[in-house]
Write a protein that binds this ligand. Sequence first.
Ligand code: KIV
Length: 263
Amino acid sequence: MKKKMTISSIQKAKGVTPLVMITAYDALFASLFESSCDMILVGDSLNMSFAGKSDTLSATMDQMIYHTNAVCNGAKNSFVICDMPFGTYTNEDDALKNAIRVFQETSADCVKIEGGDDKANIVKHLTSNGIAVCGHIGLLPQSVRSEGGYKVKGKTSAECLSLIEDAIAIEDAGAFCMVVEGVKAEVAAELANSVDIPVIGIGAGCDVDGQVLVFSDMLGLFEEFTPKFVKKYIDGASLVRDAVINYADEVKKREFPQEIHTY
Ligand code: KIV
């Protein structure tokens, strides 16, 4: 059986072997990902690919807890990260109250929060109260409305400097690892070299300490849009659609069920 990663083994992987993170929102997919992935992220991206919303902003604490429990049930040997949804960590008290809910109501191993230097006080408050935190800097999906879209970061030297300051601020505040999203590859590489904790990239090139993808993107199930950084490992949508067309066709023709499916 696979040995579950710990904060210590995740940190020791930096500079040794790339870490593999994937999202999951339910027990079934989590159980399929468990043997090949080091960490499973219950991302608030579930609001889009699971709940059909246009962004992540309306995800709630209750939803995250429900899905995190499902993932923990399906992947008991996985290191599970629960995203803190938009609006649930705007101040230290709320952040701690909501993160404690995650720890008391699920068996997630840590929470993830979006933001750099501006959220360092929150990271420090959580970590000093026994909540492990994975940071998330660069392109922040929870800021999509205030920024007017999903904007790649690190295009100017000022942005590059501020990203590195963000990374150092959340490392200093106690985050044990961080996700870096939508950042020019050379900047992400420099950023990963500027901190001692693992930097997991998504749309951040390959010179970082690991990668994360949203499972419904990499399985080709989510068809609304495909960011440049996504590799579709299978065309899941076509496979599923064809299978269901086949099923419907056989039902209409009374070809299913056959003798072997009948009591
Ligand atoms: O919500 C999510 O799936 C994420 C990934 C994009 C890293 O935060």
